[in-house]
Write a protein that binds this ligand. Structure first.
Ligand SMILES: C[C@H](C(=O)O)C(=O)SCCNC(=O)CCNC(=O)[C@H](O)C(C)(C)COP(=O)(O)OP(=O)(O)OC[C@H]1O[C@@H](n2cnc3c(N)ncnc32)[C@H](O)[C@@H]1OP(=O)(O)O
Length: 534
């Protein structure tokens, strides 16, 4: 259907999030200009976290990758490093994300399908075989069972000769956004928050180069949030983690410099850039003025960006290369520290090697050909960008007030407040698309013609059987009594206030599986059941 309701001359001008846009912006639209903007690398960091930004060091090119068993993913990692990627990012399969072993009946048909299957420390060692973990920074996208995966990572690295204090990287571990948006959970909210708190505290004490949480707006936005909602809910989640660590008696300047963020890059170019700038400013102000951080590194909001999966279309998939390039450019002009560019075939399947290479090349073209890295924050001072930044900041604070009235973010999540706000926003946007008021090229406009057959990556079902064989072989050769004993200790500790990380590391060392550790904790804490909202 080629709905032609959209007339460029008369259409309502709004951002993707529905905010009205004026024809022209000028000095009158920008309040308290100087103090709010400042200089790059200086409070309030609106213009970026480093004085030299990409003149000093380019962002990390970090493609999210994983499928099949650890062996196939290790091969993909090496392929990406060979083609100029500068960091690693691990995608786990659905059973691993949900805390189920590959040989659980609940995993049937899902093993290695959307990411790599990791059941034990042995898989983790294979995943990074031949890669120096003291040299490359690694991201792991895992949330509910993040502490278990961290334990595998620490033990696997140690066995390869790299101690925990030399490891650099990030584990996502942002559990609040799971209840808000992504819905991959193992435990009820309160014990899940405690497990995250244990891991963050343990990492602060033992892994000075590690980011123990990647506070993520990405999935909130993918679920249909507006830019303001992504900004507000993400930062409020982050502030909730800050309060939790302070309540545990950790000094804010001991952990805040290693807090990390992750945002979406949607297709509305200027709105996204403004979002990143507003995020930095709010974070700096809150950390300095509300939470009393003294170290300027605690004020810095550093973030990873991924282009919007939800903006990709199955129709005319080659158009996705263009969308991704524009979104990536927004991330770069917004001052990102690390970037993933989606592959054009991802509305259809996990990406092929060729599609991933084009996605990586997109970053390399932006970095080396376009000239946008030659000067720091080239859009700083644009009346339009500054006005949008102010507006998003105001909207975020309005959400903060509402969440505070509800008793804080944990309480708001339990009452489904952010979930409902996002669902409403998603519905409104979809209505506009269905009515043709928002144009999606190739979907509701310019639908003529197609791109021909798109080659897609097919996951061999034999890989599931291979992985089941791997985990069962580990169970057969390990010291079963040691596993039983360690899991019993974990169960006992879960009922106390003790930090669970040392025991999880011990479980990893004796080759307990991820599912066994999750089961042990669920035995004490129970599982989570959502009360859905519409
Ligand atoms: C959607 C999907 C799903 O769910 O399915 C997902 O979630 S995928 C989710 C995938 N997630 C991710 O990939 C998360 C990635 N996150 C990260 O990489 C991190 O958390 C990050 C955002 C903080 C970026 O860390 P990074 O190491 O790559 O980059 P940094 O900017 O920290 O740079 C590395 C070092 O160089 C220094 N450095 C960098 N630039 C400069 C400069 N211009 N001048 C001086 N120093 C500089 C930094 O201070 C740092 O040092 P020093 O180290 O000494 O401080």
């Amino acid at each position: 259907m080629s709905a032609i309701k959209h007339d460029p001359q008369t259409a309502e001008r709004t951002t993707l999030s529905g905010e009205p846009i004026k024809a022209v912006y000028g000095p009158e639209d920008v309040r308290e200009h100087e103090a709010n903007i400042g200089a790059p690398g200086a409070y309030p960091f609106t213009r970026g976290v480093y004085p030299t930004m990409y003149r000093g060091r380019l962002w990390t090119m970090r493609q999210f990758a994983g499928f099949g068993t650890a062996e196939e993913t290790n091969e993909r990692f090496r392929y990406l490093l060979d083609h100029g990627q500068t960091g690693l990012s691990t995608a786990f399969d659905m059973p691993s994300l949900m805390g189920h072993d590959s040989d659980s009946p609940r995993s049937l048909g899902e093993v290695g399908r959307e990411g790599v299957a990791i059941d034990t420390v042995d898989d983790m060692s294979t995943l990074f075989d031949g890669i120096d973990l003291g040299d490359v920074t690694v991201s792991m996208t895992i949330n509910a069972p993040a502490a278990m995966m961290m334990a595998f990572y620490v033990v696997a690295a140690e066995e390869s000769g790299v101690p925990a204090d030399k490891l650099g990287g990030t584990v996502q571990a942002d559990i609040l956004k799971e209840y808000i948006a992504q819905k991959e959970w193992c435990f009820p909210v309160d014990p899940a928050m405690r497990l995250l708190g244990d891991m963050m505290e343990w990492c602060t004490r033992n892994m000075p180069r590690w980011h123990p949480v990647s506070i993520s707006g990405y999935h909130i936005r993918e679920a249909g949030a507006t830019a303001a909602q992504e900004l507000a809910f993400t930062l409020k989640d982050g502030l909730t983690y800050v309060e939790q660590q302070i309540e545990r008696g950790i000094a804010v300047d001991d952990f805040a410099p290693r807090l990390s963020f992750f945002f979406n890059a949607q297709i509305d170019f200027f709105e996204e850039i403004a979002k990143y700038r507003a995020a930095r400013r709010i974070w700096a102000r809150e950390l300095r003025d509300t939470y009393g951080a003294k170290n300027p590194r605690s004020w810095l909001m550093r973030f990873h960006t991924q282009t919007a999966g939800v903006s990709l279309t199955a129709q005319q998939p080659l158009n996705n290369i263009i969308r991704t390039a524009i979104e990536a450019m927004a991330g770069v002009l917004g001052g990102t520290q690390s970037l993933h560019t989606n592959s054009y075939d991802e509305a259809l399947a996990l990406p092929t090697e060729d599609a991933v290479r084009i996605a990586l090349r997109t970053q390399q073209v932006i970095a080396h050909e376009t000239g946008v890295t030659n000067t720091v924050d080239p859009l700083g001072g644009s009346y339009f960008v500054e006005a949008l930044t102010d507006k998003l900041e105001e909207q975020a604070y309005a959400y903060f007030r509402k969440i505070d009235e509800l008793g804080g973010m944990v309480e708001a999540v339990k009452r489904n407040y952010p979930q409902r706000e996002i669902a409403d926003a998603a519905f409104e946007l979809q209505e506009k698309i269905d009515a043709g008021d928002r144009v999606v090229v190739g979907v509701n406009r310019y639908t003529e013609g197609d791109d021909g057959e798109t080659p897609i990556l097919r996951i061999d079902p034999a890989l599931e059987r291979k992985q089941i064989g791997r985990v069962q072989a580990v169970r057969a050769r390990r010291d079963g009594a040691a596993v039983e004993r360690t899991l019993a200790e974990l169960r006992a500790a879960a009922a106390t206030q003790a930090n669970l990380m040392p025991l999880l590391v011990e479980c990893a060392r004796v080759h307990a599986t991820e599912g066994e550790m999750v089961d042990a904790l669920q035995h004490v804490w129970g599982a989570y059941t959502e009360s859905p909202v519409f």
